[in-house]
Design a protein. Sequence first.
Length: 116
Amino acid sequence: MQLIATTLLALIGAASAAPAHNIRAPGNITITFYPEANLGGEPTVVSNVASNQCQQVPEGVTVGSAKIAPGALCRLTYSAPTCTLHGDVFVFPDTPAEDLTSETVTSFLCQTCTGC
């Protein structure tokens, strides 16, 4: 019996020390598209983006670069008409997509996260 209790305590300690998965439940995400490279030009802000759902780039929006607000990551797709499994470019709050001027971004899929 004492062995079982000791084993359980060891497992609880290991589980609480393990890193948590960063993906959270759906939430509000904001992504900003810029018509020029290096976040230049008049931005288009897309707010209230649902987490983990493919979205088409709004009609008439040219994506030369993009950034997202803290608390999310996004995958942009330009190699297909809609989101692909892995996307073509990952965008993190501290790593914007600075030059997409040679691509036509069609869609994006964002996820809320902690630690990103």
